[in-house]
Design a protein around this ligand. Sequence first.
Ligand SMILES: NC(=O)c1ccc[n+]([C@@H]2O[C@H](COP(=O)([O-])OP(=O)(O)OC[C@H]3O[C@@H](n4cnc5c(N)ncnc54)[C@H](O)[C@@H]3O)[C@@H](O)[C@H]2O)c1
Length: 369
Amino acid sequence: MRRRIDTAPNGKPLRSAASCRSRRPVMISGGAGFIGTNLATQLIENGRDVLLFDNLSRPGVEENLAWLTDQYGEHVKVEVQDIRDSLAVRHAVARSSAVFHLAAQVAVTHSLVDPGFDFEVNARGTLNVLEACRGCTTPPPLLFTSTNKVYGSLADVRCVRDGDCYQPSCAETRAHGVSEARPLQFHSPYGCSKGAADQYVLDYARCYSLPAVVFRMSCIYGPHQCGNEDQGWLAHFARRIIADEPLSIYGDGRQVRDVLFVTDLVAAMLKAIDQIKVTAGQAFNIGGGPANAVSLLQVIDHLAELRGQRPEVEYGPWRQGDQKYYVSDTRRFQATTGWAPAVDAPQGIERLWAWLAEHVVEQPALSGV
Ligand SMILES: NC(=O)c1ccc[n+]([C@@H]2O[C@H](COP(=O)([O-])OP(=O)(O)OC[C@H]3O[C@@H](n4cnc5c(N)ncnc54)[C@H](O)[C@@H]3O)[C@@H](O)[C@H]2O)c1
């Protein structure tokens, strides 16, 4: 039976939104996934209906979908469809007031096993979305979720070991991270397919004046994340530790990422679309920035403290294209839109932990995509 609530997952009261609901929904491709679920929640809370376009191929996301429809009922429209199906994409886009394109083959590891499939979903799928937007009389604003992997392995960023993490030798990079001025260097089939899609989106903004913007995202984490060994490492580690299962680290665990709590990402996404007149045609690096730069080992230490015992850890070889240090320089997006992250890494990790403890503690950790 459908359960209605009057508070959102972030604890804020839900607005009585019926009066201000726009008639056309906001489309989220990959809307049952981790980021999609959090984005949908916020949009509905803001008074919008959502159209979730997802083929439910990622294990675990049916639970997100069941949760969303249970909580928000008729405000959630669902199309269980594949992004490779251009006709289905065209129909969905034509009904929507804005489009967030998140659906993707998300794992570098899987792209190495099946580059053709990865290309079809990520590159061809994005072209389907772009063509559908171009076909509209008034194209809806579009946000595409790209990745820091478009900058490659950053092998030339010299790093020194500093305790449990790597730090870049260059003071400027240490202070601000990697900016959009960094040359693109696709590495891995996933890097290529997302990078191609990223460039297509920018080019459709240029050639066809589509109101489209690109986010090159670092490590996002938070509730509803079905993290596994192939993607979503922070949630994966938390799930394993909470279930008292061993962890595998590829490399030495000192690699550094700037982590961003998902509610902060969602706030950035909404700002980018609200201010599409100024953001269109641009790619922005989005992450927690230098203030939220953490190594895998440091995250494991924090999670072990929350659990009250250390996990067993196995070490494997470095993965293809893995960066020793990637931290986003978000100054351009901050200056353009006024956005800034509100949840720091320790707070965010504790929020994720609390959510997992409440929702998935009884379930075994997910393995494999
Ligand atoms: N989570 C991160 O840290 C991160 C970092 C950089 C970029 N991204 C990008 O953000 C987007 C969302 O990531 P996420 O973490 O929410 O991943 P996710 O796997 O939780 O969500 C992706 C969703 O897309 C759906 N999907 C996959 N193939 C599809 C297809 N062919 N047709 C329709 N739906 C399909 C899946 O079922 C899933 O629900 C992805 O494009 C990903 O590449 C994520």
